[in-house]
Design a protein around this ligand. Structure first.
Ligand code: FAD
Ligand code: FES
Length: 321
């Protein structure tokens, strides 16, 4: 390691051990890396033990599920879809940073698109997603009439999760731009009533605010912003100085993650912060390599699985280098 934080987000979860254990490529367990000694820094349930007890098989494979579309609302280029699944599955989608792979049932898995969970209704067994139409894959999702194929939960939609896990009771600043609002809604709803949350939202590039309805019942102070405007950045700066937030979470492109990183440093804010995961995802399982990056010491890590600090993301960007 090169001092960065590359813990596997699935370690110790119901989906651990995963496919990587089958080929001695586990990111955490030295034994499941093919070594003959135990030397991991993982403090949870022993992954090797779980693997043996599970008959050396992957635990709880994430399967394709056909989810009925029970409601949909169009906001020009963004479509909000409500999907019916089962109540047990919805419980597993409740954490901030959770996402699923989605495709039209008439398509093969090469059309799978990572999409954030925006909201859940465990009582009804429903999940809410917002999809922005861009090209081949998202256009086909929007064309689906009856149902969508979904696969999940995947947990690595937020990098720097460790930083927000203990956020209860403090002050939190959320900075979100465009489609970053979908995972931001999930975060705000999760901590609603438990944290004092200020949400600075830049929806400039979308014609309609698809998130407004979802945030209306929340105790959150929402301010419309234009992150390109120097004056708005100064407002954010002053707010951070005044409130000294315990937690900051950024849901923007890499460009704005870097801008906010510089802004934080310029006012002496050196606490860790969390950022949205913008890496390209294909399988989500650590297998295909679409999300691979090289660490400073030459190791290849998979960003669908590995956690990274927000500051590190700002420094290196989310490019597959
Ligand atoms: C964890 C995660 C959560 C996401 N949540 C949402 C969401 O809630 N709503 C939403 O509309 N979009 C979301 N996205 C982005 C969405 O996956 C892409 O917009 C989509 O894959 C574009 O596919 P396309 O064929 O329509 O367009 P393309 O022309 O293929 O892609 C357009 C742009 O989308 C990005 N992209 C393309 N393929 C991928 C991929 N496999 N993984 C990541 N980014 C890709 C690239 O930046 C690309 O330039 C999320 C991405 C990630 C990684
Ligand atoms: S998306 Fe396939 S390895 Fe990460």
């Amino acid at each position: 390691m090169d001092g960065s934080f590359f813990e596997c987000v699935d370690a110790g979860s119901e989906n651990c051990p995963c496919y990587l254990a089958l080929t001695n490529d586990c990111m955490t367990c030295t034994r499941l890396k093919g070594l003959d000694y135990c030397d991991c820094r993982w403090a949870g349930v022993c992954i090797y033990n779980e693997f043996i007890w599970n008959g050396k098989q992957v635990k709880n494979l994430r399967e394709d599920i056909n989810a009925r579309i029970v409601n949909r609302k169009s906001y020009h280029e963004v479509e909000v879809l409500v999907l019916k699944t089962d109540k047990y599955l919805v419980q597993r989608f409740k954490y901030p940073g959770t996402y699923i792979f989605v495709r039209n049932p008439e398509d093969r898995s090469i059309y799978d698109v990572p999409i954030s969970i925006m909201d859940t209704d465990p009582g009804k067994g429903e999940i809410h997603i917002a999809v922005k139409t861009i090209s081949a894959k998202t256009k086909k999702i929007i064309k689906a009439e009856e149902s969508l194929i979904i696969r999940g939960p995947y947990r690595n939609g937020l990098l720097g999760l460790k930083n927000i896990k203990d956020a209860l009771g403090g002050k939190m600043l959320v900075l979100a731009k465009s489609m970053g609002m979908a995972p931001a809604v999930k975060l705000v709803k999760y901590f609603d009533g438990h944290c004092e949350i200020d949400l600075m939202a830049d929806m400039n590039r979308l014609r309609n605010d698809f998130a407004e309805e979802y945030l209306s019942g929340c105790h959150v102070n929402v301010q419309d912003m234009n992150f390109k405007d120097r004056k708005d950045l100064d407002i954010i700066k002053d707010l951070i100085k005044k409130k000294d937030y315990e937690k900051i979470v950024i849901f923007t492109s890499d460009k704005y993650i870097s801008i906010f990183d510089a802004l934080l440093k310029s006012i002496g804010y050196y606490k860790d912060y969390a950022v949205v995961n913008n890496f390209n995802m294909c399988c989500g399982e650590g297998v295909c390599g679409a999300c691979s990056v090289k660490t400073e010491d030459g190791k290849v890590i998979k960003m669908c699985k590995c956690q990274m600090k927000g500051e590190e993301v700002a420094k290196r960007g989310q490019k597959n280098v």
